[in-house]
Design a binder for this molecule. Structure first.
Ligand code: PBG
Length: 335
């Protein structure tokens, strides 16, 4: 058998020669991480001049709209292409039908308008899912312990519509209901919002790595001991993830997300190889918390690990990564 890697033998071939200097390593690098690869997820709350820390995500804060606009301006300057908005909703506004999700004046819509007014060069991605607004803490409407698919989809369509009407650039359904991409695409077409992108959380796994996020949006206590296994994917599967991607693309998604990040690099790689579409990895809250906590203890070099992991997503084929480290990494890459 011919070994296609047999270019020569030692000493005519010395693999280390290309690695000897910084300029040479840069010259032969196969992928490159830049600020343009990073999407910043942010948590928005009501009020003015508010920043509230999230204990399980040190360094990340919930921000009121006015503060968030400043964050968006900073991210825009750094070359970060987009923000992903997630709301923290006061418990008094949470209901079983999650109707605050499609209130055109909810905090997500207000934040979207404010950021689009202040920052023309940054994309706004809004989350389409009911969990921040739902007194059950689930992504769908719960009746008699069941998460109803089609009734939830109707609410998601209304939610995506108010977000698009508020001026978001991308709607990102993270709910994993069947058929929601088709339904959302249809309403965007009929309501003259044809250029609004859909970034579908297609391969979203039922993961224990989402814990800190549920603290951040305040859904953890509502959810209690319940899980999301009837709609999110089983970590054991990757063929199933390919089917989800195929359906979402067929229904009108412009790009897809694989989530969580590092433990699912094989899934990300498969999506890139099999579909060749824009695919984003989500380095989720638990992944961030692990690196950050170890960094705070002096056990790991936080920024070094962040840059390394983000580079690995690029190597595996990601078009970009949603990461809570986006600003710090973009600053570090600027040097
Ligand atoms: C739910 C949603 C989740 C995340 C984003 N949207 C978690 C969940 O399914 O409970 C997780 C993001 C993170 O952990 O950083 N719509």
């Amino acid at each position: 058998m011919v070994n296609k890697f047999a270019y020569g033998t030692f000493p005519s071939t010395r693999q280390r020669r290309n690695r000897m200097t910084d300029w040479s390593r840069r010259m032969v690098a196969e992928t490159r991480l830049t600020a343009h690869d990073l999407i910043l997820p942010v948590f928005v709350i009501d009020g003015t001049n508010q920043r509230t820390p999230i204990p399980s995500m040190p360094g990340v804060e919930r921000q009121s709209v006015d503060v968030l606009v400043e964050t968006a301006k900073h991210a825009e300057k750094l070359g970060i292409p987009a923000l992903a908005l997630f709301p923290y909703i006061d418990a008094s506004l949470k209901t079983k039908d999650a109707r605050e999700a499609y209130n055109p004046d909810n905090v997500v819509c207000r934040a979207t308008k404010a950021i689009k007014d202040a920052c023309p060069n940054i994309g706004v991605i809004t989350d389409v899912a009911l969990d921040p607004f739902n007194s059950d803490g689930q992504d769908g409407i719960v009746v008699d312990g069941q998460i109803l698919n089609d009734e939830t989809t109707e609410a998601l369509v209304r939610q995506a519509l108010v977000q698009a009407q508020a001026g978001c650039d991308v709607v990102a359904p993270s709910d994993m209901m069947d058929g929601r991409i088709k339904a959302i695409r249809k309403v965007l077409e009929t309501e003259s919002l044809k250029n609004v992108q859909i970034m579908a959380y297609s391969a979203k796994y039922a993961s224990s790595f989402y814990g800190p996020f549920r603290d951040a949006i305040g859904s953890a206590s509502a959810l209690g001991k319940a899980d999301k296994k009837t709609y999110q994917l089983d970590p054991a599967n990757s063929d199933e993830a390919m089917r989800e991607v195929a359906y979402d693309l067929d229904e009108g998604a412009d790009s897809v997300i694989v989530k969580p990040g590092l433990p699912y690099l094989d899934v990300l790689y498969r999506v890139r190889q099999e579909f060749g579409v824009p695919v984003f990895a989500y380095q989720v809250s638990g992944e961030y918390a692990m690196l950050r906590a170890a960094g705070q203890n002096g056990w790991l070099d936080y920024i070094g690990c962040a840059i390394e992991t983000l580079s690995c997503f690029k190597r595996a084929g990601a078009s970009g990564v949603l990461t809570y480290s986006a600003i710090e990494v973009a600053e570090a890459l600027e040097g």
